[in-house]
Ligand binder design. Structure first.
Ligand code: ZN
Length: 160
C-alpha cells in the first residue's frame, strides 16, 4: 500500500541540520504516525512521503519555505530587563511564555545587552534547511474517525 490521501503512515526519522548535527530523532523511541494530507508534518516532508510504502528508506532535504518558514522580524523584540521580574539570572536560550494580544506565545532569549533583552518568538527551526532520514515502517487506511479529527489515533498518535 502506498502513502496517499486517507492513509496513515508510520515512520522512523532522524532530523539533522546542514552541518550534520542531529536536531531530533525517533531513534530509541516509538516511530511517528501521521495522517497524510492533513498538514500534520511539514509540507516539504509530506510531499516526499507521497507514494512511498512500508520498508522504504530515503532522505529528504526540505527548504525553510516548506519547513518551519522564514524567521519573521516582527517576532523579534527588545524588552527591558525589568520585564523579567522574579527571574534571578537571565541567559541566552532561556524560554518564556509571553502574553500577547494573540494569546500566549513561546519566546526565547536571543541576546542580552546590558538592560536590553532581545526575545525571539520564531520557531527554533525557522530559516533552517531540514535534512530528514526516513524509514517507513507501516502504511494503513485511515479510519473515518481519524479523517474527521484530522489526526491519527492509537500508537504514535492521539489518545483521547
Ligand atoms: Zn482525535
Amino acid at each position: 500500500m502506498q502513502i496517499g490521501e486517507r492513509t496513515v503512515a508510520t515512520f522512523h526519522y532522524t532530523l539533522t541540520d546542514a552541518a550534520g548535527k542531529v536536531i531530533d530523532s525517533s531513534d530509541g523511541r516509538a516511530p511517528l504516525s501521521y495522517l497524510h494530507g492533513a498538514g500534520n508534518i511539514v509540507p516539504g516532508l509530506e510531499k516526499e512521503m507521497s507514494g512511498k510504502q512500508q520498508g522504504d528508506v530515503f532522505n529528504v532535504v526540505v527548504a525553510p519555505e516548506e519547513g518551519y518558514g522564514m524567521p519573521n522580524p516582527m517576532m523579534i523584540q527588545v524588552v527591558p530587563r525589568e520585564a523579567f521580574q522574579g527571574v534571578d539570572t537571565l541567559e541566552v536560550g532561556m524560554e518564556f511564555q509571553a502574553q500577547t494580544p494573540q494569546g500566549p506565545m513561546s519566546v526565547a532569549i536571543a541576546k542580552i545587552d546590558g538592560d536590553e533583552v532581545t526575545v525571539d518568538g520564531n520557531h527554533p527551526l525557522a530559516g533552517q534547511t531540514l535534512h530528514f532520514a526516513i524509514e517507513v515502517t507501516e502504511v494503513r487506511d485511515a479510519s473515518l474517525e481519524e479523517l474527521t479529527h484530522g489526526h491519527v489515533h492509537g500508537p504514535g498518535g492521539h489518545h483521547h
